[in-house]
Write a protein that binds this ligand. Sequence first.
Ligand SMILES: [Ca+2]
Ligand SMILES: [Ca+2]
Length: 314
Amino acid sequence: MAFDFSESEQRCTFYSQGVTSGAGTGRQDVQSYVWRFPRPDGTPPSAANYQQVQGEYLVVKPANSFGDGAMTCFRDGSILFPPISADITAVVAQAMVVNGFVSIGLDDMLEEGVFVRSDYVVSDAEVPWQDDEPNNRRGNQHCTDLFEGQVRDVGCGKARPALCLFVGKNLAQGKPSTLTGHSSDSSVPSRGNDGDTATYLESASHSDGVDKFVIDLGATYQVSSVVFVSRPDCCEQNNRDTSVHVGNHPRNFGGKNAATCVKLEEPFLPRGYARLFRCEVPVTGRYVRVQRPASVGMDFAELGVFGNRLSNSG
Ligand SMILES: [Ca+2]
Ligand SMILES: [Ca+2]
């Protein structure tokens, strides 16, 4: 599924498991090629009546708040719609938001004035802000909505329907998972991938060492993105210093057994929210591992995994 071509070594390496040594290593003499699927496996739940707009599946769902909207989307395999460009946002607004307003995937909850999309891209001038927005009115507007085709910063607590963008089938949900490195017996690994945003993976032992949460996807997949869901009650400051690896061995993620999907050093998730993180390059394997220093500890509600089943690899 992946190739490295090295001119200096006069070598071509084929990785049947899709792990590329060149990708992401910064080595300029290695050129890596990874097959990219057009979209992750899965179709939206049929009962949810998603509509296709420019090849993407979208739906508006009732929600109690911005965070609740993100959780509601997550349960379908979706994220709050990220305003990728002014053009796309205009088309989506016309198709999906006939009356009123909807929450979209853009917030400045982590740092005032720095708007980050639900796919963890810092937004730029592409956001079609309404005149005089964002204005952070009363110093308390850290979420956004789409109203009459334009974007406003708004309070996060108000009940507002959510505009969900389907990502794919959550490959992690309900699969066997383990948590090691922690000293707390009370932590139940399955709570981190049971699909329930009200149950939490907890390993707040604050000891030395490394906490490792591993999900067995049960087959080999090319993983293209993950979604982290944070707890609504606490601990968002612990969502940092986190790396996600994908590999072919349940415990050994060293060497060529595994590759990095993402490394997230700075705090990456506010309280009670769901955000998508794309792998730097798509990475292949059966096991997904979240690693974090035990001094920080695991404290999140869900890890969702998205990608494509590889039918002919073992
Ligand atoms: Ca704000
Ligand atoms: Ca859970």
